[in-house]
Write a protein that binds this ligand. Structure first.
Ligand code: PBG
Ligand code: ZN
Length: 321
């Protein structure tokens, strides 16, 4: 008897039949950066193919996405009025609240809107929270702001909120606030395992949320600590998170896999701006084939166990699947 594993690779049809990992459009979430103004679609230099959108232009792009099957989006606001206390982040007039209301008026239940909840685009110092007297982020003061921000997004019509700040106890605080205001059906996708990562570089240009000369290491996780990731995930699960996220994704496939094996909740991964930029720049220079590399990465996330993939490649992937 000949041992021939190659038999199962003989033709496209048989390869499709035996494929162990499937990728579906339903898994993809597409992020957007929303700015004030009208008729704005400005390219973001650090992220080729990604733009700043004003609300009117955003509606046009979301409609394009819906036509190709992208019906889940993640909204980031680029704050205009930055203050020490991030008060513009939770205003009913915030750029994100505006965008949510306009999108819901246009598309209703056809679109599923997740909003990023964090103060860094709305603070003068660019940190993901309110500072204490020692110039560090004050955990519990920040919780108050996050809860107000999440509530303002829910009131505008968001389907789900995604806190990305990494304060302790924020899931419980946000869950209680939503419940007390009759938003018990609004879900929470928690950035549970968010590492202090240099892969966020291009995003900080896009969201205008750079913490200056400081870093975010007093709240974001140390990438050397896989055991601690499970502790963070367990806490978020106990506090009422509906979906747990790992971020970044590509350098953290081991973390995605271990989270998948240690929770019964859906697991999301965030294919972040630096991962995106590396692929786009290499492809733009003709060094790699964009479609092949992007799909290889998407399958890697799915194979590691991600049920949901947040990616700036989503519109392209929709054209390729
Ligand atoms: C801010 C935030 C960041 C990202 C999402 N929300 C950057 C950071 O924490 O410094 C990164 C997204 C990306 O790089 O694509 N809370
Ligand atoms: Zn932040």
């Amino acid at each position: 008897m000949l041992i021939r594993p190659r038999r199962l690779r003989n033709s496209p049809i048989i390869r499709e039949m035996v494929a162990e990992t499937r990728l579906s459009l339903d898994m993809l979430v597409y992020p957007y950066f929303v700015v004030a103004g009208e008729n704005i679609k400005n390219p973001i230099a650090a992220m080729p193919g990604i733009h700043h959108f004003s609300v009117d232009a955003l509606i046009i792009d979301v409609a394009k996405g819906l036509k190709i099957g992208i019906n889940k989006i993640l909204l980031f606001g680029v704050g205009e009025q930055k203050t020490e206390d991030a008060s513009s982040s939770y205003s009913p007039q915030s750029i994100v609240a505006h965008a949510v209301m306009a999108l819901k008026a246009e598309f209703g239940k056809q679109i599923f809107i997740i909003t990023d909840v964090c103060t860094c685009a709305y603070t003068t110092h660019g940190q993901c929270g309110i500072l204490n007297n020692f110039d560090d982020v004050d955990n519990d003061k920040t919780l108050e702001v996050l809860a107000k921000m999440a509530l303002s997004h829910a009131k505008a019509g968001a389907d789900m909120v995604a806190p990305s700040d990494m304060m302790d106890g924020r899931i419980l605080k946000i869950r209680n606030t939503l419940d007390q205001n009759q938003f018990e059906n609004i879900g929470i996708m928690s950035y549970s395992i968010k590492f202090a990562s240099a892969y966020y570089g291009p995003f900080r240009d896009a969201a205008d949320s750079c913490p200056g000369t400081k870093d975010r290491k007093t709240y974001q996780m140390d990438f050397r600590n896989p055991l601690e990731t499970l502790r963070e995930a367990q806490l978020d699960e106990q506090e009422g998170a509906d979906i747990l996220m790992v971020k970044p994704a590509l350098a953290y496939l081991d973390i995605i896999k271990s989270l998948r094996q240690n929770t019964n909740l859906p697991v999301a991964c965030y294919n972040v701006s630096g991962e995106y930029a590396m692929v786009k720049v290499a492809a733009g220079a003709g060094l790699i084939d964009e479609k092949s590399v992007v799909l290889e990465n998407m399958y890697a996330f799915a194979r590691a166990g991600a049920n949901i993939i947040i990616t700036y490649h989503a519109h392209n992937v929709a054209g390729w699947l």
